[in-house]
Design a protein around this ligand. Structure first.
Ligand SMILES: C[S@@+](CC[C@H](N)C(=O)[O-])C[C@H]1O[C@@H](n2cnc3c(N)ncnc32)[C@H](O)[C@@H]1O
Length: 217
């Protein structure tokens, strides 16, 4: 059965697929405890469960995303536990072997919002409102040997992400980079990004960057 992403839920796209490729390179077994934080349509959680992980948890702040992921997992018969909540708060007492995150990361004018249109991508003036919280809160939830995979834009400072995760004691590196044309969101934001020196005049492409950070055994 084909399942379309409902309106209001982030449809899988280039960042989803790039992170999914990185996820599928990891050693996933039935015993791998996986967390997909900001699951959206559930694409990454389902990819992990489809690879054989029997303990997959998906979290999203959006009730629509939670409903869509729950339904999709049931329709596919995949074992995904779906929780509504704020980032890592619903799983703060758990440990994971693999955490994947495709958080909001687009730098925009104004404060970060918590609901409605844009909750999937608006991330404050530097694009790091959610990324920095993940850099702070995810490392303590990784089991020894556990891996965090996070995708974001080159516009929001991948070097800062690497520094923060390394400072948290994780062996951290850029795992993937891919340049893609601006989508509708960045095309709309381009004048503001240009005015703030975040892109060059006339720029039409952005780089997606996947960071891999591993807790030592
Ligand atoms: C860029 S979308 C990624 C969706 C999906 N993981 C994918 O790769 O296609 C970001 C997701 O994070 C969710 N989100 C934003 N802020 C959140 C928060 N504070 N806690 C949990 N989820 C959040 C949004 O609702 C959205 O589904």
């Amino acid at each position: 059965m084909v399942f379309k992403t409902p309106p209001g839920v982030y449809a899988p796209q280039d960042d989803t697929w790039l992170l999914s490729e990185a996820l599928l390179r990891e050693d996933i077994t039935a015993g791998t405890a996986v967390l997909d934080v900001g699951t959206g349509s559930g694409a990454l959680a389902l990819a992990a469960a489809g690879r054989g992980a029997a303990q997959v948890t998906a979290v999203d702040v959006s009730p629509l995303a939670v409903g869509a992921t729950w339904l999709r997992a049931r329709l596919k018969g995949l074992p995904v536990r779906v929780l509504q909540g704020d980032l890592l708060t619903p799983v703060a007492d758990r440990g994971f072997d693999l955490i994947v995150a495709n958080p909001p990361y687009v730098p925009v004018a104004g404060r970060r919002i918590r609901r409605g249109r844009g909750v999937a991508w608006r991330a404050g003036g530097d694009g790091r409102a959610v990324v920095d919280r993940i850099c702070r809160d995810a490392p303590p939830l990784l089991r020894p040997g556990g891996v965090l995979l996070l995708v974001h834009s080159g516009l929001c400072g991948p070097d800062r992400t690497v520094e923060r995760l390394a400072a948290a004691g994780l062996r951290t590196a850029v795992a993937d980079r891919r340049t893609i044309p601006f989508g509708p969101v960045l095309r709309e934001q381009a004048p503001w990004l240009e005015a703030h020196g975040l892109i060059a005049p006339g720029e039409t492409k952005e780089e997606l960057v996947v960071i891999r950070a591993e807790r030592q055994l």
